[in-house]
Write a new protein. Structure first.
Length: 388
């Protein structure tokens, strides 16, 4: 499949010489999102006080439908939105009645959970058990063993790990442990959503799934999404006033909640990211591109870079450990992760050459997307050979 630079003409024209190989970090926005942003402004001012009728009547249901179709969810009303995934973590955690809460997780979660988990521990509100990602080959089995043998309230795990690109392949078995009384399984899908085809239909009634539009959904900030299974965490303690509109359940004399995922709504938010998300999804439908198509294009570029590194054509990248090599046709992260003590310095040198990558500690990552082609990859390989 060829690159689709034509869909990103506005973003690419702002810095034509830049090589942006951080699509896994801050994906460039398609042209359709610009028009959607303008539409959000126009409709906010045209409808003014009636704007929220439009947002909740049209914009949100369309966004719910896009998420449900992408994840193969059986219904739309398990999907709700917030400005970031951290908001959802707080609301889910607040519904755990036992304190300190017992949490099982890993040493490779993104900082929104890593930092918050450490702070909960400091405050005596949680006891967190972290299963090491290394060695990768045994991680899935080790994590399942820990989940089966412990008494946990929450189990928090990434579908695709943000630093290493490792894919957790035992979601069904993990979901089988989830119960409304606990433990609740929370899947961080940020590096899986619209990065790899994801079918939650068999486990949608058992797991929470959080993700957002900042990366592979090409939507930018502010459009985070939660799938919340019915019967799990029916009354989060941290709650916003939008959660009291709709079909309410609970004691008449107490705080009542919507019976669907709307129980996790917060308060007033900026709806323009959802306009952008809807526009991007409509665009992909119009041009006939699926997540599988985009993943195949990205994986082909990743394989080409991997081959260049192995041959020594990409400079000192050959000295690094490639954590997540391309092999076979299975699901994989949309980036290559190289571990090396000089990763931070390498990123700096590439940036000085107007090549954008991403670094996490000792790991430099190269991410791939629709707006990169073979010519861009050849320039990247040359830049690595020159700068590293």
């Amino acid at each position: 499949m060829p690159a689709r630079k034509d869909l990103f003409s506005r973003a690419l024209s702002l810095d034509p010489e830049r090589l942006h190989f951080a699509a896994h970090s801050h994906h460039l926005w398609p042209d359709a999102s610009f028009d959607a942003q303008v539409r959000a402004w126009v409709e906010a001012n045209r409808f003014a006080d009636r704007k929220w009728d439009l947002v909740f009547g049209d914009v949100i249901p369309e966004a719910q439908a896009h998420v449900a179709r992408e994840l193969r969810l059986p219904t739309l009303d398990t999907v709700v939105f917030a400005p970031n995934t951290h908001d959802f973590l707080l609301r889910i955690f607040s519904g755990v009645e036992r304190k300190p809460a017992r949490i099982l997780s890993t040493d490779g979660e993104f900082h929104s959970f890593r930092r918050q988990g450490e702070r909960w521990e400091e405050a005596g509100e949680a006891i967190v058990t972290r299963v090491p990602l290394h060695p990768f080959g045994t991680f899935d089995e080790r994590f399942l063993e820990a989940a089966r043998s412990g008494d946990y309230d929450l189990i928090v795990i990434s579908h695709v790990f943000f630093k290493t690109g490792q894919v957790f392949g035992r979601l069904k078995e993990l979901a089988d442990l989830s119960k409304p009384a606990g433990p609740w399984v929370v899947i961080d899908g940020y590096h899986g959503f619209m990065a790899i085809p994801t079918d939650l239909s068999a486990i949608a009634d058992k797991v929470f799934y959080v993700t957002g539009g900042y990366k592979y959904a090409m939507t930018g900030e502010g459009a985070s999404m939660l799938h919340a299974p019915d019967g799990f965490c029916p009354r989060p303690v941290i709650t916003g006033w939008f959660a009291e509109f709709g079909n309410l359940q609970g004691p008449p004399e107490g705080v009542r909640y919507r019976g669907d995922a709307g129980r996790f709504w917060g308060a007033t938010f900026d709806p323009s990211p959802l306009y952008r998300f809807n526009a991007v999804r409509r665009l992909l439908d119009q041009v006939g591109l699926t997540t599988a198509d985009i993943a195949a294009h990205s994986n082909a570029l990743a394989r080409r870079l991997q081959e260049a590194v192995a041959s020594g054509s990409a400079g000192r990248l050959s000295e690094a450990e490639l954590i997540n090599p391309v092999s076979g046709d299975g699901d994989r992260a949309r980036f290559l992760a190289f571990r090396h003590p000089e990763a931070q310095a390498w990123r700096k040198r590439l940036l000085e050459d107007n090549v954008v990558t991403d670094v996490r500690d000792d790991t430099i990552r190269f991410g791939f997307g629709l707006y990169q082609d073979e010519g861009d990859l050849a320039r990247l390989i040359t830049a690595c050979r020159r700068a590293l």
